[in-house]
Unconditional design. Structure first.
Length: 164
């Protein structure tokens, strides 16, 4: 994870592209990113995939292809869609553990995600939000209205929410 976090820190902002949230799972990665145009997204994703492959291969002393498939991109155009995407990405470890019959406590924040850099969690009397670690070290703030503020019209993300 350290290798991938370093790649995210280096590639979080490039011409026409911003990485705003992520979740690294055992066999895949979820990203929320903004791109000014399709070409910028394509170039940034190609670069990100090759950097991740090189970093992971270096970390585990292996060679060869790491990313088997092309990325899947989906444009989000409504505040509720963006909120659902944020919930899914930031609380993804809960979703995957539940799918395998294991349950994480609600206060668990996935250390393999950008949750510790996210300031959109709602206050809860029993479970405080995570202390924000070194803000914006692996991700960058968004420039679009929907991702910066628009999604909050549907409420901040509760620590007890688990994506379906």
């Amino acid at each position: 994870m350290v290798a991938i976090r370093g790649v995210f820190a280096m590639a979080r902002e490039r011409k026409g592209f911003r990485l705003t949230n992520y979740s690294v799972q055992r066999d895949h990665i979820h990203l929320i990113a903004e791109a000014m145009e399709r070409v910028a997204l394509s170039n940034a994703m190609r670069s990100l995939c090759s950097r991740i492959a090189r970093a992971v291969n270096r970390a585990v002393a292996r060679r060869g292809q790491l990313v088997a498939e092309r990325y899947h991109a989906r444009a989000l155009s409504a505040p509720k869609e963006v909120r659902r995407a944020l919930l899914y990405v930031l609380r993804n470890s809960h979703h995957h553990e539940r799918a395998h019959g294991r349950y994480l406590p609600p206060w668990h924040y996935d250390p393999c995600s950008s949750a510790l850099e996210f300031d959109g969690f709602a206050a809860h009397p029993e479970f405080p939000p995570p202390p924000l670690k070194a803000r914006c070290t692996t991700v960058t703030p968004s420039y679009s209205y929907l991702l910066a503020r628009g999604w909050k019209k549907h409420g901040l993300i509760a620590i007890t929410e688990i994506p379906s």
